[in-house]
Ligand binder design. Structure first.
Ligand code: NAP
Length: 308
């Protein structure tokens, strides 16, 4: 019987493990693949406080993992089912069953992909899903943003700090994003719009250099690239997919994101949710780590008898 089982070993889960282990709680982190989460797939991390400019995402993830491993147990297994009700929670994995008094869910959310040819090939070579992380790498270059929601428009606006130009490609002629955000991008002289259009292919040699885009109303196909054949940035914001299927019907969610209060508590006693898996606005490594710390500290208090 563990005090705490943390499901998911991204920055949120590893930080929760570090804090819980340092509080002398018997803690198990269960990770299905590579600890470090989305950060492991990020080229460089320049925006985590204290990280050095040349810190690779993988390097930073490994360091956080080492830190967590000093204080808690980590098991690599696929979680198949959970029983969250009652004082003793159960986690069923392909490597056996585990029990704990507290569960911290940190299964994350993955970026929805476009599925266009070239998207995988040019990932981290022009194609990005994080403007805050990768925007500075495209300083002075032409940037293309795909999507029409709040993320796409807000990030497009942010990317005008870096790009020579920022072109938003959206599949409809109306944006899903809120009116204020739409007004902001429409009044930004650096932003161009390519509407009613979908990306058919991302092309290039070593790095992304052009996009083939189809107008869904006319069927016309255009190539979008820079005037001088420089590399381009392609930022894709077509929504997220929270990894919460196994919790469906067991916990309160909003469009698949787990609802918590500011203490990371869910509606189920003894169950916390942290990081990208919970319903919140800012999804960054630093906010994930903050969530992990909050949940671990308050889980300790709960185990000492504090009310839920
Ligand atoms: P979203 O609201 O789901 O928008 C996704 C956008 O991508 C939509 O415009 C959608 O087009 C488009 N899209 C989806 N699949 C596509 C595909 N295969 N090809 C081309 N385009 C595709 O996602 P989000 O912008 O990441 O926002 C997620 C949630 O977080 C939303 O509730 C949003 O309001 C919220 N959010 C809030 C803030 C804020 O309050 N500051 C900031 C960011 C996000 P259609 O419109 O045609 O469906």
């Amino acid at each position: 019987m563990y005090d705490i089982i943390i499901i998911g070993g991204g920055p949120a889960g590893l930080t929760a493990g570090l804090y819980a282990g340092r509080s002398k709680l018997k803690t198990l982190i269960i990770e299905k693949a590579v600890a470090g989460g989305q950060i492991s797939g990020t080229a460089f991390v320049e925006n985590y406080p204290g990280s050095i400019p040349e810190a690779t995402g993988m390097g930073l993830a490994e360091r956080v993992l080492e830190q967590a491993e000093e204080f808690c147990e980590i098991k690599y297994a696929n979680v198949k089912a959970v029983e969250l009700e009652g004082k003793v929670k159960k986690v069923v994995t392909d490597e056996g069953e585990f029990e704990a008094k507290v569960i911290i869910i940190s299964t994350g959310a993955s970026h929805r992909k476009l599925g266009a040819p070239g998207e995988e090939e040019f990932a981290n070579k022009g194609v990005s899903y994080c403007a805050t992380c990768d925007g500075p790498f495209f300083t002075g270059l032409d940037i293309f943003v795909v999507g029409g929601g709040d993320s796409a428009l807000e990030e497009a606006n942010y990317l005008t700090k870096f790009g020579k130009s920022v072109t938003i490609i959206h599949r409809r002629d109306e944006f899903r994003a809120s009116g204020v955000v739409v007004d902001k991008i429409k009044s930004n002289p650096k932003i161009k719009l390519v509407l009613d259009s979908v990306v058919k292919e991302i092309k290039g040699n070593k790095e992304a250099e052009a996009l083939l885009v189809e107008n869904v109303k006319t069927g016309e196909i255009k190539e979008l690239k820079s005037d001088d054949n420089s590399p381009i940035g392609v930022f894709i914001f077509v929504g997220y997919i929270p990894q919460t299927d196994i919790f469906e019907g067991k916990i309160e969610m909003n469009h698949g994101y787990i609802l918590t209060d500011e203490d990371m508590k869910t509606n189920v006693e003894g169950v916390f949710a942290i990081g990208d898996t919970r319903d919140k606005k800012v999804r960054q490594m630093v906010t994930a780590a903050g969530d992990g710390c909050t949940a671990a500290v308050l889980a300790n208090r709960y185990l000492e008898g504090a009310k839920w």
